[in-house]
Design a protein around this ligand. Structure first.
Ligand code: ATP
Ligand code: MN
Length: 464
């Protein structure tokens, strides 16, 4: 009996001499004059394919092997041999080839030709079969594993926060409403929609962040993290925003802002190091084909400290830079992507943690500084992608928090349980949110966030 192994395993020199069964999809077939064929076979277990040498003696050589086209699925029984060819350690000499499914070359679009990423988005059901999207899927998997490894090793508890919620954490109103009311026959009471007749007896939404619920668990169990889908109905057609994305949100009791920054920096470095260690072939590919600087940049980041800079100093640097920006810089205004990119790409040439932002541009839950003007917010910015992490120390003083809610026009009644955390055994605590897709973009150099998630949800697009 031959062992069923992956092509990734069969490509290693240790596999030489083994009798194996490989199953995958044909990338190319080439017939040699000597009466045999070479088949490049890929099963997604690694970027590289394996070369199958199919001798003319195979009983289905004329009827099947010689007609194999790109995209066909086959099984190959054979022996792993040392490859005489350059650039590959092994190849497989086939003793039997089984055809599972053909792919008509007249209509199958993934032939040798390279397609644009825009086009591949229209065939999201086939794009995982390309080198780029296979590599992205493997890197994404590696990052997710690393996220759990990091927090588990650090003693954090993985908590599941709800996807359907009645509270708007960011207060930005960019929420998808969840309802079972009939949109063409909405029940009304005193001229307004009667949400008491809705499924949850109140307006409810898809979550924009698990933070508020994360705080509940941090204020009981210490260090926790959530990792799940997050939804924002922001109608911004940018290369860095999705309507559905994945966010990792650690929340830590007894952590102040500097502790939060330390954690964020160690966390990112750990993810980067793991990907370089575990996905070297995929990362080489991104470095060759997508962005020639990714490897060098990542190695540089792992080896150096992030810059930590108060927002006020950042405004000074930007104003003094003499740089022409589309949006003017002034104290009190939110920084735009162009400003963030100037700081990380031109001025510091490394990741920057900006902190102590004006209180008027940040959500109610961030801890107020004594200056009366700023809050203990922090954003981690990286070259090309911009903001990758947003976080803060949370306001733990009941009176200040209720004042802040008033300032931002929020009704404290709806947040009674959140305020209770400050009424009973309140503690300093902090946390942040990391956008998974932004990390993958940064790691791979992929320009558009729609290409680093299997099925992107953006305005007007939810087909696959
Ligand atoms: P931005 O200013 O880029 O819209 P934000 O300030 O709204 O980000 P936060 O609310 O702080 O972001 O969310 C935490 C993290 O989640 C961000 O740093 C980013 O990595 C990620 N993120 C936020 N919105 C999106 C989105 N629409 N698509 C993908 N990732 C996002
Ligand atoms: Mn946003």
């Amino acid at each position: 009996m031959s062992d069923k192994i992956t092509i990734a395993e069969a490509r290693k020199p240790e596999a030489i001499g083994r009798d194996v069964l490989l199953q995958g999809w044909v990338r190319t077939r080439r017939d040699s004059k000597g009466g045999f064929s070479f088949i490049e076979l890929n099963d997604g277990s690694s970027m590289g394919s394996i070369q199958v040498v199919a001798p003319g003696e195979l009983e289905n050589y004329e009827s099947v092997v010689k007609h194999l086209t790109a995209g066909s699925s086959i099984g190959v029984r054979g022996k792993v041999k040392e490859s005489p060819g350059k650039g590959q350690a092994t190849e497989v000499e086939a003793q039997a080839v089984t055809l599972y499914g053909t792919a008509d070359p007249e209509t199958y679009v993934l032939q040798k030709k390279r397609h644009s990423f825009e086009f591949l988005r229209t065939i999201a059901h086939l794009r995982p079969r390309t080198n780029t999207f296979g590599a992205i899927a493997r890197v994404r998997n590696c990052v997710c594993r690393s996220i759990h490894d990091f927090f588990q090793e650090e003693g954090f508890l993985y908590i599941h926060t709800p996807i359907i919620t009645a509270s708007d954490c960011e207060g930005a109103g960019e929420m998808f409403q969840v309802t079972t009311l009939k949109l063409d026959d909405v029940p009304k009471k005193e001229g307004k929609v009667d949400f008491e007749q809705d499924f949850f007896d109140r307006p409810s939404y898809l979550t924009v962040s698990g933070q508020l619920e994360g705080e509940i668990f941090a204020c009981a169990l210490g260090k926790i993290y959530t990792f799940g889908p997050t939804f924002r109905a922001e109608n911004s057609n940018t290369s860095r925003h999705l309507a559905e994305f994945w966010m990792v949100e650690p929340e830590m009791a007894f952590y102040e802002l500097p502790d939060n920054m330390d954690l964020a920096e160690r966390f990112l470095k750990r993810i980067f190091r793991d990907v370089l260690d575990r996905c070297p072939e995929d990362m080489e590919f991104f470095n060759d084909r997508i962005d020639k600087t990714v490897l060098e940049t990542l190695q540089g980041i792992i080896a150096s400290d992030f810059i930590r800079l108060p927002y006020t100093d950042a405004v000074d640097i930007l104003t003094a830079s003499g740089q022409k920006f589309e949006f003017p810089v002034s104290w009190g205004a939110d920084l735009q992507a162009e400003h963030e990119r100037f700081l990380t790409e031109q001025h510091f040439k490394c990741p920057v943690i900006l902190y102590d932002y004006p209180r008027t541009i940040k959500p109610f839950y961030m801890k107020c500084n004594d200056d009366g003007k700023t809050v203990r917010a922090m954003d981690v910015l990286v070259p090309k992608v911009g903001e990758i992490i947003g976080g803060s120390q949370r306001e733990e003083r009941l009176d200040v928090l209720t004042d802040r809610m008033g300032e931002q026009g929020l009704e404290p009644e709806g947040y009674w349980w959140y305020l209770d955390l400050r009424r009973y055994g309140t503690v300093p605590h902090s946390g942040f949110g990391l956008g998974l897709e932004r990390v993958i973009q940064f790691l791979t150099g992929m320009g558009n966030i729609r290409d680093v998630i299997p099925f992107p949800r953006t305005p007007g697009s939810a087909e696959f």
